[in-house]
Design a protein around this ligand. Structure first.
Ligand code: GDP
Length: 310
C-alpha cells in the first residue's frame, strides 16, 4: 500500500473500522475514503456499485457488518444472516466490477466448528457443526470468505480474509442487550460500583473460555498484512491466550474498582465452551499482539467513562 493510494474503509463508524482508520492515519496514508450509513447504504446494491465505480479505490477494507453479542446473534437471526450476506456480497462484487484488485474481508472466530480442536486452526473451517447461537452470522461470514476465494480463483483477484477473535476497545457497543461480554461487564461493574450494589450479575456459568484482542491491535495486524502484500489463505488474528469468563469478570472488577461479589445467571446461554485461535500463521507473517488484557481493559474503561460523561 502506498501512502497516496485510495483506501476505502467500509464500516468506519464501528469499533473495528474506526481503529483501522486511526491506524492508517498514523501510518501517513493520506487518501482514506469513508461513508456514513446516510451517505451510502451498504444494503443497497446499486448505490454500492455506483460509489465504488466512481471512486475506484486501490484498497478496500470490509469492516462493515451487523455484529452483536451472544443474545443479539441468537434472537435477531434473520437480520444477522441477511444483512451480513448482503453487505459483503454488495461490496465484494462491486469491488470486482470496478477492478479493485486488493480487498480485506473481516470475519470472526465463530466461523469455526463448535467442537473443533483447540487452538482453532484456519484449516478446521467447515469440518463440523457450528455453535447454534451464532450460526446465522457464521454462515454469512463463511460465505464471504468463500466469495473472496472464488473471485481470486476465477478472476485472479487478491481478496484476503482475516478472522479476528473476540474484540474490545474504543467505540465498542455498551448496550447490555446486544453487546459482547467485555463491554457489558465494564458497564455493569461501573454501574454496580456507582449504585453501591453488592453483586455483579454475569451471564451463564462463568466457565466458557474466551480470547480477547484490543481493537487497535487488530487494526495494526490488518494494515501489516496489507502492507506486506499478503495474498494467501485466511489468517486468524488473536493473542494466542484465553481466560475464563469468571477470570475476565474478576479483572474487570479490579480495573473498575467494584468491591462486591460475582453472581452467575444460569438462565443465559454459555455459547461455545472455548474458542482460542491458533495464531501461528499470523506469527509466521511477522505480527504479534501487544496490548495485555488488563492494560486493554483500562483503556476501554477510560473510553467508556469519556463516552458516558460526554
Ligand atoms: P460469544 O463469544 O459469541 O459467545 O459472545 P459474547 O461475548 O456475547 O459472550 C461470551 C460469553 O460471555 C458467553 O458465555 C456469555 O454468556 C458470557 N457473558 C457473561 N456475562 C455477559 C454479559 O453481560 N453479556 C454478554 N454478551 N455475555 C456475557
Amino acid at each position: 500500500m502506498a501512502q497516496q493510494e485510495k483506501i476505502f474503509v467500509a464500516g468506519h463508524r464501528g469499533m473495528v473500522g474506526s481503529a483501522i482508520v486511526r491506524r492508517l492515519q498514523q501510518g501517513g496514508y493520506a487518501h482514506i475514503l469513508t461513508q456514513t450509513r446516510q451517505e451510502l447504504d451498504l444494503l443497497d446494491q446499486r448505490a454500492v456499485q455506483q460509489y465504488i465505480a466512481q471512486e475506484k479505490p486501490d484498497y478496500l477494507f470490509i469492516a462493515a457488518a451487523k455484529v452483536g453479542g451472544i443474545q443479539a446473534n441468537n434472537v435477531f437471526r434473520a437480520d444477522f444472516l441477511y444483512q451480513n450476506l448482503v453487505i459483503e456480497t454488495n461490496l465484494i462484487h462491486a469491488a470486482h466490477l470496478a477492478g479493485v484488485q486488493r480487498l480485506m474481508f473481516l470475519g470472526s472466530s465463530c466461523i469455526y466448528p463448535k467442537l473443533a480442536p483447540q487452538p482453532l486452526k484456519e484449516t478446521c473451517l467447515l469440518t463440523g457443526e457450528l455453535e447454534p447461537t451464532n450460526e446465522p452470522y457464521a454462515i454469512a461470514k463463511i460465505a464471504g470468505i468463500k466469495l473472496c476465494e472464488a473471485y481470486n480463483h476465477q478472476y485472479g483477484r487478491q481478496y484476503i480474509s482475516v478472522m479476528p477473535t473476540n474484540l474490545y476497545g474504543p467505540n465498542d457497543n455498551y448496550d447490555l442487550q446486544t453487546s459482547h461480554v467485555l463491554p457489558a461487564l465494564i458497564r455493569k461493574a461501573h454501574e454496580a460500583k456507582v449504585r453501591g450494589d453488592d453483586t455483579l450479575v454475569v451471564w451463564g456459568s462463568g466457565t466458557p473460555m474466551r480470547e480477547f484482542l484490543y481493537a487497535d491491535d487488530l487494526a495494526d495486524a490488518c494494515v501489516h498484512l496489507m502492507e506486506q502484500g499478503y495474498d494467501g489463505p485466511l489468517v486468524n488474528i488473536g493473542t494466542g491466550s484465553d481466560v475464563s469468563i469468571r477470570e475476565l469478570a474478576e479483572t474487570v472488577k479490579e480495573v473498575v474498582g467494584f468491591q462486591g461479589t460475582l453472581s452467575f445467571d444460569a438462565s443465559k446461554p454459555d455459547g461455545t465452551p472455548r474458542k482460542l485461535m491458533d495464531v501461528s500463521r499470523l506469527h509466521a507473517l511477522g505480527w504479534q499482539a501487544r496490548t495485555g488484557l488488563k492494560a486493554g481493559i483500562e483503556r476501554a474503561y477510560s473510553d467508556f467513562l469519556m463516552r458516558t460523561h460526554a
